[in-house]
Ligand binder design. Structure first.
Ligand code: NAD
Length: 485
């Protein structure tokens, strides 16, 4: 065991027991802030996934399946309290693992607690309906758990995504098998320990770390699962959907984005400015809903670029535990991808409005990239079309509402959009016409919005997580028709 870690990170959690993975092999986990090996994790295999699915099935037929909805809710609320008690430690683990500044990691721990609180409270408030049907019948609907749910999550917001996905699935009475990302999975393991301590029956949550093409593929194609919740890239999302199709199970895909914030000339720029920049550089731009495109109406274009550039030049970059504005990206590979896009900016002669200064004291092995603001980008340029997943924002000028809409809707994605205007009618028109799963007017992100259904259209995915809506996704509707006359 790595003694700098609070627990043995090399194990899988199956059926309530911690043990070595079936292969006995482990994988290195890097510390993005300096490139060192942080610890090792289990290389979960198809055999571990088999065991996890079997444990989930067993507890559904036993201790977990026997609880009432209110009892399930109480377990989640207890887990929420425990997460809050341990928020500092969870934040430290997440910061070390993902490279995100400590404050951002702590906000993720608080969000995880809030998801558990929300879904714990909602567990016994999901109701069916009675349906006016033919004379002599009583017809009604029941919301039932799918059974064994698979949760495949990425590395960028492990705690938040576990909260919204596993939290909702458990609230509905499913038993979960969680495959965290190989780049960052320490808080998934810590979460499993919390579940065990709070009385979640053994097998209701199983955690098998490992590689996507091994443990992930074994899980998504397993004939014993009844639903898949996947958050990650479009490429892997379509593999997951194909795997789900083979077993005819439903799937929720939360994929990437190229989300716009649209700033009209009548907007309150003082209110908008912090949101424009933060939504691009938070978590070093590795956020599915990052506002990587800023569309600005021409009369205020120069002013917005100038003010955003000032903020960029003042950004402080450094290791996660120094808790500055921007940390490293997740891996050497991700840094290469982002630097590749910055090369495209350079060779394409695009206008770099500002790049944050990279302090010479940055640890040499860390995966740092300079947050960069690119101005006057053509809407069809690669920088304005492809998800970069790094701290790079493209600012695009527009003239009038129709052009703003055409540009905003003109990518393969449709996850989130923001609109800044003082014109109420325009705000409503834009909200209706933007292709996105969420639209924010005169704000962006609503501070996380645990209560707000979230998901995409087009290549950003389908199905909804978060909010009450997620409980419908994690349940199956049964219709009962009773003839009484
Ligand atoms: P990824 O698709 O490479 O990996 C996500 C997860 O899938 C990981 O756990 C990985 O191990 C697993 N995986 C990889 N190959 C697999 C396979 N063949 N079968 C089964 N599982 C497999 O994505 P990533 O690079 O880790 O994350 C970045 C992407 O995720 C970005 O596109 C981002 O926009 C998206 N994302 C979306 C949301 C959202 O809610 N919409 C949230 C966060 C991230």
């Amino acid at each position: 065991m790595n003694t700098s870690m609070p627990f043995d990170t090399t194990q899988v959690f199956v059926g309530g027991h911690w043990r070595r993975g079936d292969s006995g092999q482990t994988l290195p986990l890097a510390n993005p802030s300096d490139g060192s090996e942080l610890t090792r994790i289990a290389r979960g295999s198809a055999a571990d996934i088999d065991a996890a699915v079997a444990a989930a099935r067993t507890v559904l037929a036993g201790a977990w399946g026997a609880l009432t909805a209110a009892e399930r809710g109480r377990v989640l609320v207890k887990m929420s309290a425990r997460v809050l008690e341990q928020a500092d430690e969870l934040a430290r683990l997440e910061a070390l693992d993902v490279g995100k500044p400590l404050k951002q990691a702590r906000a993720d721990a608080v969000a995880l607690a809030r998801y558990l609180e929300f879904y714990g409270g909602a567990a016994d408030k999901v109701m069916g309906e009675t349906i006016p049907f033919a004379n002599g019948y009583l017809a009604l609907t029941l919301r039932e758990p799918h059974g064994v749910t698979a949760h495949i999550v990425p590395w960028n917001y492990p705690m938040q995504i576990i909260g919204r996905s596993v939290g909702a699935a458990l609230a509905m009475g499913n038993a979960c098998v969680l495959k965290p990302a190989e780049e960052a999975c320490l808080t998934a393991l810590a979460f499993a320990r919390i579940a065990g301590e709070c009385g979640l029956p053994a097998g209701a949550l199983n955690v098998v770390p490992g590689l996507g093409e091994e443990a992930g593929a074994a899980l998504s194609s397993h004939p014993g699962i009844h639903h898949i919740s996947f958050t990650g890239s479009v490429a892997v999302g379509s593999l997951i959907q194909a795997a789900a199709a083979k077993n005819a199970v439903p799937v929720t895909l939360e994929l990437g984005g190229k989300s716009p914030q649209v700033v009209f000339a009548d907007a309150d720029l003082d209110a908008a400015l912090p949101f424009l920049v933060n939504a691009g550089i938070q978590n070093a731009g590795q956020t599915c809903s990052a506002a990587s495109r800023i569309l600005v109406e021409r009369p205020v274009f120069d002013e917005v670029v100038r003010r955003m550039a000032e903020r960029y030049r003042a950004l402080k970059i450094g290791p996660a535990l120094e808790d500055l504005d921007v940390g490293p990206v997740i891996s050497a590979r991700q840094r290469e991808i982002v630097m590749g896009y910055l090369e495209v900016v350079k060779t394409g002669g695009l206008a770099v409005a500002a790049a944050a200064p990279m302090p010479p004291s940055l640890p040499r092995g860390g995966y740092y990239v300079p947050p960069t603001l690119v101005a006057d980008v053509k809407p069809d340029h690669r920088i304005a079309q492809e998800e970069i997943f790094g701290p790079v924002q493209a600012v695009i000028p527009f003239d009038g509402e129709a052009e703003a809409l055409a540009i905003a809707n003109g990518t393969p994605f449709g996850l989130v959009a923001g609109v800044w205007t003082r014109d109420g009618s325009r705000a409503l028109r834009m909200a209706k016409r933007l292709h996105a799963g969420q639209v924010f007017v005169n704000n962006y992100g609503a501070g996380g919005g645990v209560e707000l259904p979230f998901g995409g259209v087009k290549h950003s995915g389908h199905g909804r997580e978060k909010g009450f809506e997620a409980l419908y996704g994690f349940s199956s509707l049964k219709t009962v028709a009773i003839k009484h006359d």
